[in-house]
Ligand binder design. Structure first.
Ligand SMILES: NC(=O)c1ccc[n+]([C@@H]2O[C@H](COP(=O)([O-])OP(=O)(O)OC[C@H]3O[C@@H](n4cnc5c(N)ncnc54)[C@H](OP(=O)(O)O)[C@@H]3O)[C@@H](O)[C@H]2O)c1
Length: 145
């Protein structure tokens, strides 16, 4: 939500699709998007959803929280959509010293040219999550003090 806010993305009346229904990401994200402050129309998709690409193509705002490397392809994304990639996946990469690289749930190279905005992995939702955790910790400490 902070990423959307600071990027000036209006959620009011937007069609939002969240892929993933976990208690830690998918459901809370959907609840925040549908809240009266945000006013998006929200669809939550999951592993039993039928025709996921068609559901995703409806989205003005697409949130991927699945844990499947580069699952979301360019033809799943409406041109001009905003894409937030929550996924963190470790895939083998012999060219790296570590033998692996991190990638998101979105095929960034092919999806990015279609989007109005997109978060990279690494360097997108991860650092924002840490920043928000610090903010919440500070707020909690102030409330105690
Ligand atoms: N950046 C961050 O700070 C941060 C924080 C937390 C998590 N993550 C990452 O976010 C991703 C999701 O985390 P999570 O804890 O929500 O994972 P999770 O508990 O495994 O949930 C994954 C969700 O994706 C759905 N799913 C799995 N395969 C699918 C498919 N082929 N098509 C459609 N939906 C599918 C599952 O559906 P079912 O419910 O039907 O099984 C489930 O609802 C992971 O990569 C995790 O590492 C990142």
């Amino acid at each position: 939500m902070k990423l959307l806010e600071i990027s000036g993305i209006d959620t009011n009346g937007a069609e939002a699709v969240v892929i993933g229904r976990s208690m830690i990401v998918g459901k809370p994200m959907a609840m925040l998007l549908v809240a009266k402050k945000s006013n998006a129309t929200v669809t939550i998709a999951h592993s039993r959803s039928k025709d996921l690409p068609a559901i995703c193509r409806r989205a003005d705002i697409l949130i991927a929280a699945v844990g499947r490397p580069e699952m979301v392809k360019a033809d799943w994304v409406k041109p001009g959509a905003v894409v937030i990639d929550v996924g963190i996946n470790r895939v083998p990469d012999p060219s790296k010293k570590s033998g692996h690289r991190l990638t998101g749930d979105v095929d960034y190279p092919e999806v990015a040219p279609r989007c109005a905005a997109i978060t990279p992995v690494p360097g997108g939702v991860g650092p924002m999550t840490i920043a928000m955790l610090m903010k919440n910790t500070l707020q909690a400490a102030r409330q105690l003090g």
